[in-house]
Design a protein around this ligand. Sequence first.
Ligand SMILES: [Zn+2]
Length: 208
Amino acid sequence: MFELNKKEGFMKKWGYIICCILIIGMAIFAGNYLYKSSNNSKENNVKLNTIKEDINIELEDNYSVKNDISIQTTTKEEKISPNAVLVLKKHYEECGHTIKQYSEIPQEFVNQTEEEFSKEYTNWTIEKFEPLEVVLIKNEQGLCDEHYVLKEEDGLIVVYKEINGELQIEEITGISVEYLTQEDKLKLEKGIKVYGKEELNSVLEDYE
Ligand SMILES: [Zn+2]
């Protein structure tokens, strides 16, 4: 009886140990499995995200390409606005001056494209064509019309304009040469060349 009890006890003891080992083994296995599968899902998420980003980047690229195309087509079809300014630039070869003349765009050119407009202004080169500003330029021979010559006539200073190599009276001033120095009188005899309205006014003020 005692022998049997002892044997039973021995068996039970080993039974417990094997059970414990099995449980621990299963626990390790299950733990490992869970860890791996969670890692896998993380990796999958990362992959998914990068794929999404790739698609987004591709979409953005397509979008920007489309945008570029639309910008190009609009610049080609730019039309003159009713509020546009027309700038006529004349470059004079003899003096090198460029005279700008600003005006409102004539109504008949409103809504014209560059191609249509260039057919109207054949003598001019289009320097700038924007809806609100059209700039045309052309070369001219001779001097621009800002060249003045001061001379003395009947005791008064007279302003001449140099046009096509000839002097035309612009203004007979009331300024007498009577009290000017001999040097100034000599200069006036030869003719004092002045460029531009501003300089003309300041020179005349000096003689007043
Ligand atoms: Zn000039």
